[in-house]
Design a protein around this ligand. Structure first.
Ligand code: CO8
Length: 247
């Protein structure tokens, strides 16, 4: 495996790739080189034949304490604007077709929370990595407005209650165990199907209902062009376990 400065990569289970943010001294603050490495690792897992699903996690103490305030402090408008500061973050969400599970423990602040959605506005900034758009779609306008304007922190239990997080766990060990099991379940399916499923769910965020349903149907139709559709349906009829070719 390639060696990185700010992240670690591993394959904890068959079909599962994991990126662990590893900048403990800064509580995983998201400096630009970290985002570049994260992009690189995600791109590699995205194209790796032996990976179906990706876990992104931090440490027990911090998922990520937000954008790197020390990097941003001296930044001028012209630097930020002309060098498209933050734009590399978009790669994270647009270029990865395989499902990503965020395993979040400890601080997930500002850009760290934006990364996990895949807010805390503190005293200086507004969300810059899509948080105002994604959070509002995820939990509704009034709750998002309250959180973004007050910069109030919230717990994992709140995140689950609002539908921002899929699940909460009582401890860090339970979190990592639970997320790995979920990843294994996903990795047990055909890669063609899970990538299609992620694509159609994400489309629901951009399209109106009628277009979204049509889009889903087109992707559904296209699945009939895969080997795994034949394999899966034949296995069902024969009451056997499907042996996916991921083709
Ligand atoms: N950036 C840079 N360094 C950080 C950051 C950060 N966001 N957070 C923590 N650190 C550093 C500290 O400076 C400290 O370094 P050092 O030891 O060299 O002084 C080290 O990490 C440990 O931090 P603390 O000593 O403060 O640890 P505590 O346990 O006392 O406190 C907290 C933990 C509560 C997380 C505290 O560190 C904190 O409040 N951090 C800032 C959190 C924050 O405001 N985050 C939002 C940043 S702005 C943002 O993300 C907006 C999104 C913009 C768009 C996204 C694209 C980038």
């Amino acid at each position: 495996a390639r060696s990185y400065e700010y992240i670690l990569t591993s394959k904890p289970k068959p079909g599962v790739g994991q990126v662990t943010l590893n900048r403990p001294k800064a509580l995983n603050a998201l400096c630009t080189p970290l985002i570049v490495e994260l992009n690189q690792a995600l791109r590699e897992f995205n194209s790796a034949d032996d990976v179906s699903v990706i876990i992104v996690t931090g440490s027990e103490k911090a998922f990520a304490a937000g954008a790197d305030i020390k990097e941003m402090a001296p930044l001028t408008f012209s630097d930020a604007y002309t060098k498209s500061f933050i734009e590399s973050w978009s790669d994270l969400t647009t270029q990865v077709k395989k499902p990503i599970l965020a395993a979040v423990s400890g601080h997930a602040l500002g850009g760290g929370c934006e990364l996990a959605m895949i807010p805390r506005s503190s005293s200086v900034l507004i969300p810059g990595a899509g948080g105002s758009q994604r959070l509002t779609r995820a939990i509704g306008k009034s709750k998002a407005m309250e959180l973004i304007l007050t910069g109030k922190s919230f717990s994992g239990a709140d995140a689950e209650k609002w539908g921002l997080a899929a699940k909460t766990f009582p401890s860090y060990e339970a979190l990592m165990d639970g997320v790995t099991k979920t990843a294994e379940t996903i990795a047990g399916y055909s890669k063609v199907a899970i990538i299609g499923a992620k694509e159609v769910v994400n489309k629901s965020q951009d399209l109106g209902l009628r277009d979204g349903v049509e889009y889903e149907r087109r992707v559904f139709h296209s699945i009939f062009g895969s080997q795994d559709q034949k394999i899966g349906m034949k296995a069902f009829a024969e009451k056997k376990k499907a042996e996916w070719t991921h083709q």
